[in-house]
Design a protein around this ligand. Sequence first.
Ligand code: COA
Length: 355
Amino acid sequence: MLRSKIGGIGYYVPEKVVTNHDLTKVMDTSDEWIQERTGILERRYGKKHEETTTSMAARASTVAIERAGIQKEEVDFIIFATLSPDYYFPGCGVLLQRELGITNTAAGALDIRNQCSGFLYGLTVGDQFIRTGMYKNVLVVGAEMHSMGLDFTTRGRNVTVIFGDGAGAVVLQPTEEENKGILSTCLHSDGTYAEKLAFINPGAHGGYHAKYLEEPADYGYSDAEYGEMFITQRMIDEGMLFPYMDGPFVFKMAVQKFPEVIIEALDKAGLQKEDLDMVIPHQANLRISQFVQKRLGLRDSQIWNNIQKFGNTTAASVPIALCEAYEAGAVKPGDLVCLAAFGSGFTWGAAVLRW
Ligand code: COA
């Protein structure tokens, strides 16, 4: 039976370390508040004008491709998950192809817009391409340059302190080895709460979704018959061009969905939580991961947390954490690993794999 395995993995985080203390210089927050609520001590920010979501993805991908033992031209398909793309369009998939110098136009490139669960969605799509025999080397990437689009005033503090920049990548390859590779994947979505964690402006919505909002906003649209909808002066003047998050609501949903989807993915693979060697959760908030750990009865050594030093890197967080665990020898051949994520949409998912 043809399955996909992670043939190579890599990650990259920018050099610049931004501590909680650094953030107190630009907004009303404290190291104590951030540590207590999120577990975060510091995060990394890319170098302005020199680093982007694509450039960081290229660094991570280069390592993954090398470890997969292939040449970059052998990449058949690129799947790129991000919420902070370099351009509104085209997507980062083709920008990464160019950055890596892949001139093989037979390689397709697909962008995924599923925020925190983007990597899990990408992994699942890539897995299907491998299982059907369509492709042999699928590059799945999650990368984010959050620092370019956060509100660095007190108004944005509940969101801004959480996020960091970075990239992670894997190369999926076929395997016929018994009990190896991706054993199961599960994906879910519920659009009911789309605006609970969202970055809606600039956008082409024109106020259409106001019917779903408790408090519809006035975006300052003009009376002009055409255009002038995507971005308005009011959006700029009143700080509507930043992400919004109903933190307590997201928290409640996350602690429910993470354990549920992990158990579901294990079930699907005919396994139980006692079989797990390692859980790599999306690094949303250390308190969420601790809740998941407790709920599943995992020892400290069975769950990987690195949000303390990288913050929440959204689509990049699962591959960064998995790569770090692999490099630390905490994920070894034969280990049963579960990857899981929950985030904006809401969308969530999990994958169970034998390393
Ligand atoms: N520093 C200091 N105070 C802050 C702050 C900051 N960075 N951010 C918010 N606050 C304040 C709020 O203004 C509020 O003050 P008030 O009571 O005077 O109005 C107070 O802290 C509590 O805010 P609240 O949003 O209810 O805090 P919380 O305890 O829920 O913690 C989160 C906020 C964001 C840490 C938490 O809700 C969370 O982690 N949610 C999940 C987020 C997540 O994982 N997102 C990633 C996507 S999966």
